[in-house]
Every structure is written in C-alpha cells, then in structure tokens.
Design a protein around this ligand. Structure first.
Ligand code: NAP
Length: 294
C-alpha cells in the first residue's frame, strides 16, 4: 500500500471528480473510498478517466472502500461489496474495511434514528460475524485484504485473536494531538498497517496546522506546516490519508521529504491531546454531513 493516500470524503460530486483526477496527476496511487461517502460513482468515473488519460494500469493503483454500519449482517456484506465495486467500476478491491465496529439497524437507511433522534444500533450481529463474511470475500478473490476502521485497541484485540484472516490495516484518526502510540506499537508488532486519517487535524484551526512547534519546523526546513505533519506521520511508520481538493494542494501534500531527527523529537514532545472525530465512540461519522431521510 502506498503510504500517501488520497481520501475521497468530499461532499460535492463535481469537486470529488476534479480532486480525484488532481490527486492522480500529482502522483497519488492510493485512494480511500466508502459507501457512506455517497460518491463512489464519481470516484470511479474520475479514476477510469484518469487512468486512461495518464496511461496508468489498474494494478498501479491501490483502492480501498468500506462496509457501512447498516450492512454488518453477514448476508448484507457481499451485496454491499458488489454494489461498491459496481459504483467504483472495478472488478477487485485492494482493501475492504469495516468502516466502524458499530452495527446499525440493517437496511438501506444509512443513518437509522429513533423518534428521539438516537441512532438505532443492531445487537443481533457481532464483529466476528461481520468479519467472517469479509473473510469470505478474500477467499473468493474479490478483494486482496481486509481491515478495520475507527477501532480501539481494546476492541481490536479479541477480533485479532479470533480472526482466521488477520486485519491487514487499521484506519484511525491520528496526528500529533492524537498519536495513538499504543495502537501503533501493536500494529507494528503484528505486521498491521496503521493508516492515519486527519493527519492535518482535519484542517481545523486552531489545530496541529497552526501549532507553534509545527510552524517553527516548517519555517526551518522550508516546507509548509501540512508537509511537516505528513512527513512526521510517514517517518513514525504510518500510512496516511489526506484530502487535497485542488491540484496545487495535491502537489503540496504529495511533495514531502524526511524531517531531521530533532524535529521529529520536538513533534513527539507536543503535549496537547485532542480527538476531533467521535466516530470511534459512536459509529456516527463526525465529518460527514447528515443526509435527512427521504
Ligand atoms: N474512517 C473514518 O471514519 C474516517 C473519518 C474521516 C476521514 N477519513 C478518511 O480520511 C481522509 C482524510 O480526511 P481528513 O479530513 O483527515 O483530511 P485532511 O487532509 O487531514 O484534512 C482535510 C482538511 O485539511 C485541509 N487541507 C488539506 N491539505 C491542506 C494543506 N496542504 N494545507 C492546509 N490545509 C489543508 C482541507 O482544506 P480545504 O477543504 O480547504 O481543501 C480540509 O479542511 C478522508 O477523505 C477519508 O477518506 C476516514
């Protein structure tokens, strides 16, 4: 998996297409999608056009998509996977992730709520039930690897122990304000790729992009604060996802180079701790706008 990944969590359909093409042109070869982002069709269209225009082979890119919470029931997994593949115009996936470890009421409503506005969870299916259905996708040769997203170490451990096919990737929020060191160590020890989302602190200000340690290092090494944050993530042994929405940002976010050791140490000493996305506690996406039910 290429360490630098392009994330497709982009609400606007037209921007999804231009940004995905821009990322491909800038050199990104790893694309992170999800049925929940409701734009797999646009990503598929952009990838197909970009691959043809750039003379790039399907095998040269790495594509991930994710199973949504309302499809955790084993009988819903393969149909959800096939629907994603169809929308992405692909015949295999490099990686399929369980988007969150929370099962929602099964069905086509992605955001099921009760009369009080609370999420309707599904306690009739376990993580392992869903995982086994994902394992059979690998057995059928439809996807090359499977993994988990928005999972804590506590919940990962029992699944890791029971899984016949071990998770290849764990995708979680991570940046200098949320280094997730214990989870990273577990992943390194067990050969799991730790894939960081929100490596720029989701662009929030104030946030890591404006942290004085980061801006001072950026000035010293002649890079932008975003490039410093992305380089730190790669140098500590994680892969990452970023979502540049225009060509200039795509080039900037792809053009990273190693930081000196003392800069890494200074970033590792940052004391601020902040989680930006509560999805790990609820399964409800923090960064995706809620779409009212029809
Ligand atoms: N598993 C999950 O639950 C989960 C949750 C969230 C995200 N993700 C994945 O992770 C991907 C990354 O999402 P993210 O929000 O973490 O992306 P990100 O790139 O860390 O943050 C996006 C924000 O950063 C800004 N930005 C991007 N490049 C910049 C630069 N060079 N300088 C300054 N600001 C910059 C963007 O601003 P503009 O809008 O102005 O361009 C945007 O506001 C998503 O697309 C998705 O694939 C997964």
């Amino acid at each position: 998996m290429p360490a630098l990944g392009f994330g497709t969590l982009i609400p606007d359909a037209a921007v999804t297409i231009t940004a995905t093409k821009g990322a491909l042109e800038a050199g990104f070869r790893h694309f992170d999608c999800a049925e929940r982002y409701r734009n797999e069709r646009e990503v598929g269209e952009a990838l197909q056009a970009g691959l043809t225009a750039g003379g790039i082979a399907r095998e040269d890119i790495f594509v991930t998509t994710k199973l949504w919470n309302s499809n955790h029931r084993p009988e819903r997994v393969a149909p959800a996977f096939d629907a994603s593949l169809d929308r992405l115009k692909l015949n295999y996936l490099d990686l399929y992730l369980m988007h969150t470890p929370f099962a929602f009421q099964p069905g086509d409503e992605q955001d099921p709520r009760d009369q009080n506005g609370d999420v309707v969870y599904d306690d009739g299916v376990t993580l392992l039930d869903t995982w086994k259905a994902m394992e059979s996708l690998v057995d059928r040769g439809r996807c090359r690897a499977i993994g988990l997203s928005d999972i804590t170490l506590d919940r990962l451990l029992p699944l890791y122990e029971s899984a016949r096919i071990k998770p290849a990737v764990v995708q979680v929020e991570s940046h200098p304000y949320l280094p997730e060191t214990e989870l990273l160590e577990f992943c390194k020890k067990n050969g799991i790729v730790f894939l960081a989302f929100a490596p720029l602190g989701h662009g929030m200000r104030p946030g890591p992009l404006e942290d004085s340690v980061i801006t001072a290092i950026a000035a010293r090494v002649g890079k932008t604060p975003a490039q410093v944050l992305l380089a730190w993530a790669v140098q500590r042994g994680t892969a990452l996802l970023t979502t540049p929405k225009n060509a200039a940002r795509a080039k900037e976010n792809f053009d990273i180079s190693p930081l000196p050791e003392d800069a890494l140490d200074a970033i590792n000493r940052i004391q601020t701790r902040q989680r930006l996305n509560d999805v790990v506690n609820t399964g409800s996406p923090g960064f995706i706008p809620r779409v009212p039910s029809a």
